[in-house]
Design a protein around this ligand. Structure first.
Ligand code: DQA
Length: 137
């Protein structure tokens, strides 16, 4: 089983960024824990602040990996291009969010990605990624 965790813009700042919303743990620390927990899963991780790089990564892994756990950050609410990339690949994608976006500003309530993803997990803090990985097992 080969899975990719794909993080979008500003998620490189986890641990420092708005800790009251996103927590104090860095993603690198959390990812190491995930790798230890899911020893039988080949878990890769990629983060980019740029929409094009996220799309390129989806194209790169989207015909060979078993699943992608995607937190597209703010691109979730804006990007038809990422939605098209998800539609164009064969690997299933699960959309995750750390925060419960439905408790936040109304512009965060709409996702261009949900309709083309296999499922959506949100609001469980970093554990949302754990549940995203679990969904493929
Ligand atoms: C987020 C929610 C988005 O609205 C926001 O732009 C993010 C993070 C989350 O994980 O809760 O960058 O995707």
């Amino acid at each position: 089983m080969k899975l990719l965790i794909l993080n979008g813009p500003n998620l490189n700042l986890l641990g420092k960024r708005e800790p009251e919303i996103y927590g104090l743990e860095t993603f690198e620390d959390y990812f190491r824990k995930l790798q230890l927990k899911y020893k039988n899963v080949e878990l890769d991780y990629f983060q980019s602040n740029s929409e094009g790089a996220i799309i390129d990564k989806l194209h790169e892994v989207g015909f060979s990996y078993d699943g992608i756990v995607l937190n597209a950050g703010a691109y979730t609410h804006t990007s038809v291009a990422i939605a098209d990339a998800i539609s164009g690949i064969t690997t299933p994608v699960v959309e995750v969010h750390i925060s419960n976006v439905h408790q936040r500003e109304t512009f965060r309530h709409h996702s261009f990605l949900s309709a083309v993803c296999k499922g959506v997990i949100l609001g469980f803090g970093l554990k949302s990624y754990d549940l995203g990985v679990e969904s493929f097992l």
